[in-house]
Design a protein around this ligand. Structure first.
Ligand code: NI
Length: 178
């Protein structure tokens, strides 16, 4: 396992639509190895999600895991390590709510983003099997943030009021209210 370099905003790969993975690619050793390294990288970073383009691989793959020690986002529900291949989102309710988001590719910045809070995600696992899950609230935001990376979109694109952008340190000091 290796800790991979996380590319940062400005790198063109973060702005590219990632390629879908074929069934034969999903089961390849290359992808198994990449996922191992992405998990190690996510654990090293203290983040809660990592999309393949963030490690300079322009493919439709992301991992999400929230453990007790995922302190970057305060007290939040845990979520088991899940690998999402070729994910897509259906919005079940247009009603939105905002959360303060951060991104390993935009270090030390937080921004307030409003997104739909009730979605269904369909995706394949590493065996190529199709799954779906319904998500609400903060987890719906987390999924949309990660899967936006696969479309070349960053959370900062969706911050509608740029006064609700802050460095993490100031965010914690001043408790900016939306
Ligand atoms: Ni991100």
């Amino acid at each position: 396992m290796a800790i991979l370099e996380i590319i940062r905003m400005g790198h063109p790969v973060l702005r590219r639509r990632a390629d879908a993975l074929s069934d034969s690619e999903i089961g390849s050793r290359d992808i198994a190895h990449l996922v191992e390294d992405m998990v190690a990288t996510l654990h090293d970073s203290g983040g809660i999600g990592l999309a393949a383009p963030q490690v300079n691989r322009s493919i439709q793959l992301a991992i999400i895991e929230i453990v007790e020690s995922s302190s970057r986002y305060g007290v939040i529900a845990t979520f088991p390590l899940t690998v999402f291949v070729n994910p897509s989102i259906s919005i079940l309710s247009e009603e939105t709510a905002g959360h303060w988001e951060g991104c390993l590719s935009i270090p030390a910045i937080r921004g307030f983003v409003e997104r739909p809070q009730h979605i269904e995600v369909t995706y394949q696992d590493l065996a190529g099997e199709a799954h779906s899950m319904v998500l609400e609230g903060f987890m719906a935001t987390v999924m949309q943030h990660e899967f936006d990376h696969l479309e070349g979109t960053l959370f900062i694109d969706k911050v509608r009021d740029t006064r609700l952008l802050s460095f993490e340190e100031e965010y914690e000091t001043y408790q900016i209210e939306p």
